[in-house]
Design a binder for this molecule. Structure first.
Ligand SMILES: Cc1cc2nc3c(=O)[nH]c(=O)nc-3n(C[C@H](O)[C@H](O)[C@H](O)COP(=O)(O)O)c2cc1C
Length: 389
């Protein structure tokens, strides 16, 4: 990306004209083949670093950014199995896969085997190439209705959901994957029992977040149960939880023997973590922090995509959290975040971000090295829930 092109885009933006996306195909492919490719059913993924589904975060613009920056796969935010909500604005935004590199993976959440099977079929009709069942989310609204990780407490229901969703998807050539926790609580870590049963029902890949439902996001993720799941089944197993640096990624791979890693909160405001991890796993060396000019370009393009998906009113407000994550730990970042939160139109917000990064670029070429975990990692107690279940 030349400075001239950046300046030209800024000028277009000020005129209110469209700004081009800056996906560079050559660098996309050179950075994504960093870990061995892996398969989910018929789909060959370019590597085994996955972006976690995060409701309210991993929308289509953010997923595309993660893919561009080294994630081999990205699962959508959960969508509800409740038919009456399928046409709502929120669910239809979550079902937006325009221009997304495949395979398109849609995560569904719900409590009834029949409704979940219908939701799978509905999403396959709308382009889903992989269906992921959510048995990992601890959000109260979901759990009170026995969805998300609460399902792990009712093994019979959990297994019947897996069976019904596979029955609806397999005949159409669509693999079904499932994301769960290590168990319901410390005393009931039933991930291994359930993993064996899910494999029997035809689940093609299992992701395990190394916490119990009871833990929410507190404490540390543990990896022994993930290792036990990996040892118990033949389908690919994905390790998830607290992976926030290249070294941690290497450690989790070694401790679990997992086939892939899934990263959530550490990618917030730092989507280039995938290429950093990929490069480290492939070479044992660290990449330099990204250039300020690159982050400026990525974030401004991210905002363009974000406004286009959510519209002016919602877009400006929901972009604030992303911008806040990007500037966490950067010089003047906290003051900028507070000031930016007062802006209420997209042009002003976009320009403030451009100006902030211009000022940063005047002092340094690259982002400073940051502590491994962004401030938000430990702070998140309860994620958004599906609209929903
Ligand atoms: C804001 C937020 C929203 C989330 N939404 C979902 C979701 O929709 N579906 C799901 O399976 N997990 C969801 N999760 C859990 C993540 O996918 C992941 O399992 C968890 O954050 C642990 O990984 P990490 O330590 O890399 O963040 C969410 C997490 C957060 C922080």
């Amino acid at each position: 990306m030349t400075a001239a092109r950046l300046a030209e885009d800024d000028a277009r933006r000020k005129r209110g004209g469209p700004v081009r996306r800056h996906y560079n195909r050559a660098s996309f492919f050179s950075t994504t083949r960093s870990t061995p490719p892996m398969r989910i059913g018929p789909h060959l993924l370019v590597n085994s670093l996955f972006a976690a589904p995060m409701a309210g975060v991993t929308d289509r613009p953010f997923r595309q950014l993660c893919r561009q920056l080294g994630a081999g796969y990205a699962v959508s935010e959960m969508v509800t199995s409740k038919r009456e909500l399928w046409n709502s604005l929120k669910t239809s935004r979550r079902a937006d896969h325009e221009g997304e590199p495949g395979p398109i993976a849609v995560q569904i959440a719900g409590t009834s085997a029949q409704e979940m099977a219908e939701a799978a079929a509905y999403n396959i009709d709308r382009g889903a190439q992989i269906i992921d069942i959510n048995m990992g989310c601890p959000a109260k609204k979901v759990c009170n209705k026995w969805a998300g990780s609460a399902l792990m407490q009712d093994e019979t229901l959990a297994i019947s959901i897996a069976r019904a969703v596979v029955a609806a998807s397999a005949p159409r050539g669509v693999p079904v994957t499932l994301k769960m926790r290590t168990g319901w609580c410390q005393a009931h870590r039933n991930a291994v029992t359930l993993a064996r049963a899910f494999e029997q029902e035809g689940i093609a890949m299992l992701t395990v977040h190394g916490r119990t439902r009871e833990q929410g996001y507190k404490g540390q993720a543990e990896y022994d149960t993930i290792a036990a799941v990996k040892a118990a089944v033949a389908v690919p197993v994905v390790a998830n939880g607290d992976i926030d640096s290249p070294e941690k990624a290497r450690e989790v791979l070694a401790r679990t023997g997992a086939d892939a890693l899934m990263i959530g909160r550490a990618a917030q405001g730092r989507p280039w973590i995938f290429r950093e991890i990929g490069h480290f796993l492939a070479t044992g060396e660290h990449l330099a922090p990204p250039l300020v000019a690159e982050v400026r370009r990525l974030l401004l393009a991210h905002l363009e995509d974000h406004y286009a998906l959510y519209g002016e009113f919602t877009g400006v407000r929901s972009a604030r959290k992303h911008i806040g994550w990007y500037v966490t730990g950067l010089p003047g970042g906290e003051a900028f975040r507070r000031q930016m939160n007062t802006l209420e139109d997209s042009a002003a917000q976009w320009q403030a971000v451009a100006d902030y990064f211009d000022a940063l670029a005047a002092h340094a070429d690259r982002l400073p090295e940051r502590a491994a975990a962004p401030a938000s990692l430990a702070a998140i107690e309860e994620p958004h829930d599906a609209e929903d279940a």
